[in-house]
Write a protein that binds this ligand. Structure first.
Ligand code: ADP
Length: 396
C-alpha cells in the first residue's frame, strides 16, 4: 500500500509518499506561501536533485494538485498515476475530547475538526483545508485523520483537569490535552520494541526536545501524563515559547505595558523561551557555541531549559512509580549529546549512568546508558510521518 502523508499548515503543506511494503519514503516535499504571492513547491525524490515548481497556489486545492502532478511527473515522479496512491493520512492538531484515536474521515470527523477551530486556531482550519483538498483531488480514496491530541486522551482526570471552576471544563472543554502526541506515541512504542521491554516493565518517559518541546510519561504505550496543556504553550521552556509561567504574569505585563492579553500571549508564544533569555538565539547549536565562548545569557538559557526538563522527568518518575526506559527524541534530543548527558547527570543519585562513548550518537536509535545503569536510556529518532502512515494503513 502507498500512503500519502499530508501535514497542512495555514500557508504551507508538507507531504511524503510512503510505500508501506518496506516503509520507505518514495518522495517528499513542501508547498510554501500558499495564498501568498510567490508560492513554490519543492519536491524531493531520494538520490535525485530537488525539483522546484514556482506556480500560484491561491488555496490548498492548487497546492494538492501540484503535489499530485509532481508525484506523476514523467521525470521527477514516483508513480505512474494517482490511482497508485491507496490512502491519505493527515496530521490534525486537535480532535477535542471526541476522538481518542486516529479515524477515517467522514462528515462527523470534519464537524469535530471544525468545532475545535478555537482550540487550534492556527492548525485545525488548515488541516481541514488539506483534507478537503485531497477529497476534491482524489475522490473515493480513504482519508485518515491522525490527531496530535489523541495520545493525551488516555490521561486520567487527575492528570488532565485544571483546578479551576468546573463550569469552564463543562462549557469550554478547558483541560490539558497534550500535543506532539503522534511523536510520543511512536517513540514510546518503538522504545518498548527496541529495548524489548517485557510486559509489566513498560514505564517509559519520552523527552521530545526540539524547537517545540514536551515530555510524556506512559505505561505500555498509553499516556499517563504529558507536559503540554490546553495549548502547546504549557510545560517546558522552548525555542520561543515560555512554557509554564505564573498566569498572573500575563495580567502584570498587560497592565504595565498597556497591551492586550492577546499581545502578551503572542509574546509568550513567539518571543520568549531560550530566544528571550539569550536575547536572540533559539537554535541550540548557536546557544551551545555562544555559551562555550562565554556568553552568560546563552548559558542561562540552556540552564533554565535543562532545569525544567529535569524537574519534569523527576516528577514523571514519581507519577509512574519508577521508570524502565527514558528516550530522547526531536532535534535537540537526537543530536545534542551534551544536553542529554547534563540532564541525565541529575539522576546519578538514582543509579542512572550514561556511557559517554555511546552518547556521542546523533540521529539514530541507540541505547546510551551503561550496562549497570538502573534505568535504560535511549536516543530514538521520531518519525511522525511514518506513524501517520502506519495509522492510515491500519484504518484505510
Ligand atoms: P521542531 O519542533 O520545529 O520540529 P526539531 O525537532 O526539528 O524542531 O528541532 C529543531 C531544533 O533542534 C533546532 O532549533 C536546534 O536547536 C536543535 N538541533 C538540531 N541539530 C542540533 C545539533 N546538532 N545540536 C544541538 N541542537 C540541534
Amino acid at each position: 500500500m502507498k500512503v500519502l502523508v499530508i501535514n497542512a499548515g495555514s500557508s504551507s503543506l508538507k507531504y511524503q509518499l510512503i510505500d508501506m511494503e518496506d516503509e520507505s519514503v518514495k518522495a517528499k516535499g513542501l508547498c510554501e506561501r500558499i495564498g501568498i504571492e510567490g508560492s513554490k513547491l519543492t519536491h524531493q525524490v531520494p538520490d535525485k536533485d530537488k525539483y522546484v515548481v514556482e506556480a500560484p497556489m491561491p488555496t490548498h486545492n492548487e497546492a494538492i494538485e501540484l503535489v499530485l502532478k509532481a508525484l506523476v511527473d514523467p521525470e521527477h515522479g514516483v508513480v505512474a498515476s494517482v490511482d497508485e496512491i491507496d490512502a491519505i493520512g493527515h496530521r490534525v492538531l486537535h480532535g477535542g475530547m471526541d476522538y481518542t484515536e486516529s479515524v477515517k474521515v467522514d462528515a462527523d470527523v470534519k464537524r469535530v475538526i471544525r468545532e475545535c477551530f478555537d482550540l487550534g486556531p492556527l492548525h485545525n482550519p488548515a488541516n481541514l483545508m488539506g483534507i478537503e483538498a485531497c477529497e476534491a483531488a482524489m475522490p473515493g480514496k480513504s482519508n485518515v485523520a491522525v490527531f496530535d491530541t489523541a495520545f493525551g486522551m488516555s490521561l486520567k482526570p487527575y492528570a488532565y483537569r485544571y483546578a479551576i471552576p468546573t463550569e469552564y471544563y463543562d462549557k469550554y472543554k478547558i483541560r490539558r490535552y497534550g500535543f506532539h502526541g503522534t511523536s510520543h506515541m511512536f517513540v514510546s512504542a518503538e522504545t518498548i520494541k527496541f529495548a524489548e521491554l517485557p510486559e509489566g516493565k513498560q514505564r517509559v518517559i519520552v523527552c521530545h526536545l526540539g524547537n517545540g518541546s514536551s515530555i510524556s510519561a506512559s505505561i505500555a504505550g498509553k499516556a499517563v501524563d504529558t507536559s503540554m496543556g490546553l495549548t502547546p504553550l504549557e510545560g517546558l521552556v522552548m525555542g520561543t515559547r515560555s512554557g509554564d509561567v505564573d498566569p498572573a504574569v500575563v495580567q502584570f505585563i498587560a497592565d504595565h505595558e498597556k497591551i492586550s492579553v492577546d499581545e502578551v500571549l503572542n509574546i509568550l508564544n513567539k518571543k520568549s523561551g531560550v530566544f528571550a533569555l539569550s536575547e536572540g538565539m533559539s537554535d541550540f547549536r548557536d546557544l551551545s557555541a555562544a555559551s562555550e565562548a562565554g556568553n552568560e545569557k546563552a548559558t542561562l538559557a540552556l540552564d533554565v531549559f535543562r532545569h525544567k526538563v529535569v524537574k519534569t522527568i523527576g516528577g514523571y518518575m514519581g507519577v509512574l512509580n519508577g521508570v524502565d526506559a527514558i528516550a530522547f527524541t526531536g532535534g535537540i534530543g537526537e543530536n545534542d549529546a551534551d544536553m542529554r548527558a547534563s540532564i541525565m547527570k541529575q539522576f546519578e543519585f538514582a543509579g542512572i549512568k550514561i556511557d559517554a562513548e555511546k552518547n556521542k550518537v546523533r540521529g539514530k536509535r541507540q541505547e546510551i546508558s551503561t550496562a549497570d545503569s538502573s534505568v535504560r536510556v535511549f536516543v530514538l529518532p521520531t518519525n511522525e510521518e511514518l506513524a501517520i502512515a502506519r495509522e492510515t494503513e491500519r484504518l484505510a
